[in-house]
Design a protein around this ligand. Structure first.
Ligand SMILES: [Fe+2]
Length: 376
């Protein structure tokens, strides 16, 4: 019988010899937070309805622009401009006020941002990552009063060995999940090496878990912010090697498990497309629930994720389809690339352009064919 077990996780000092270490370059700047995401949307009304049911709150809305916040003190977590087609534009990160913007201009082609461009005010620069996404680094960002939230129900959770809730019931309102924070953004890229080096250099991020193919080469990495002794989310940026340059999903931290579950009811009632969940991730440990907006962009609600300080050693984990989740329904087939003529042509183009080798493609394909739950 196939053993019921999750893939091994090797700390860097004990990783198998054939596993390539992901070397961290000297960063130009260290980001302290993921600030907001930027999109273009052809239908701002439809987008606003989705994100409102998802749990975000409108700050301002014109015919051209929608700015949304969450319950936290950030002036904005999402900015959508009206455009001819729906697309992900990029992410903005908070950096320290002594960030060397002049050096970023010289060495990385950064362009200055005016304070009117940054929702909530501040100053900063705009950069382009190797795949063409816009990355804003901002500082002296404003803050707003947090919105009221109910108390978390977690401290009152009873378990076999821990009965804390007596003569009290669990009743949570059926309301959109209260989102406290923008947690992370995941990007797919045909050039894992260039993208991971660029993001480590321009955000100072630390590889938390590196997933590798059978030949030991890294293919997916969960990066966390370098906040020193302050615990940081297991991942704020994820870079996945694949055939396309694209936004994979973003994840938004909700109050607790009941917010996740009640939030699902509100989303279902709103007729939104449920993608996957509720389950628990393996790497990062979050309880998750995934949704798709009308343009096919994925948004994740999550709660109860891992946090690590900067000194925690990088871990190396084999890349398998089953390593994304610990329990819950299987990830839907639509989350994995499906062989098609278009995909073959794309792969051929990448190989011809020297951005991919046939052997790496074969290793990727083999992983995708492996059943996620061999014991089922
Ligand atoms: Fe995620």
């Amino acid at each position: 019988m196939t053993p019921l077990r999750a893939p091994p996780e090797h700390p860097q000092h004990a990783a198998p010899a054939h596993v390539e270490r992901l070397v961290r370059p000297q960063p130009i700047v260290k980001a302290s937070a993921l600030a907001f995401l930027r999109f273009e949307k052809a239908d701002l009304d439809r987008a606003q309805k989705f994100w409102t049911d998802f749990g975000l709150v409108t700050v301002s809305r014109t015919g051209q622009e929608l700015v949304m916040r969450c319950a936290g003190s950030q002036p904005a977590v999402l900015v959508a401009r009206h455009g001819p087609r729906a697309r992900y534009v990029g992410a903005a990160f908070v950096v320290p006020s002594d960030a060397d913007f002049e050096r970023l201009r010289r060495e990385s082609g950064a362009e200055p941002l005016s304070s009117e461009q940054v929702p909530g005010g501040g100053r900063g620069v705009s950069l382009r990552d190797p795949d063409g996404n816009e990355v804003w680094l901002i500082t002296d960002w404003g803050g707003v009063e947090p919105l009221p939230m109910r108390a978390s129900l977690h401290p009152g959770t009873n378990s076999l060995d821990h009965t804390v809730r007596v003569n009290t019931t669990v009743r949570s309102e059926i309301e959109p999940a209260t989102i406290g924070r923008l947690g992370h953004v995941v990007m797919q890229t045909p050039d894992f090496h260039a993208m991971s080096q660029w993001y480590m250099r321009h955000l100072g991020i630390i590889p938390t878990d590196v997933q590798y193919l059978d030949d030991g080469s890294p293919v997916l990495t969960f990066f966390r912010l370098d906040l020193g002794a302050t615990p940081a989310d297991h991942h704020t940026v994820v870079i996945v090697g694949g055939l396309e340059s694209r936004y994979e999903h973003s994840a938004w931290e909700v109050l607790d498990l009941d917010a996740l579950g009640q939030g699902q009811q509100v989303m279902r009632a709103g007729g939104h497309h449920h993608l996957w969940g509720i389950g628990r991730h393996l790497l990062g440990s979050q309880l998750f629930d995934y949704w798709k907006d009308a343009d096919g962009f994925e948004f994740e609600h999550y709660t109860d994720g891992d946090v690590f300080t900067a000194d925690r050693e990088t871990h190396y984990v084999p890349f398998t389809t089953g390593s994304i989740w610990a329990w819950g329904d299987d990830a839907p087939a639509s989350m994995f690339p499906r062989p098609s003529l278009a995909m073959l042509l794309r792969a051929w183009g990448l190989v011809r352009g020297g951005r991919l080798t046939w052997s790496r493609l074969k290793l990727l394909g083999r992983t995708m064919q492996t059943p996620a739950r061999p014991w089922l």
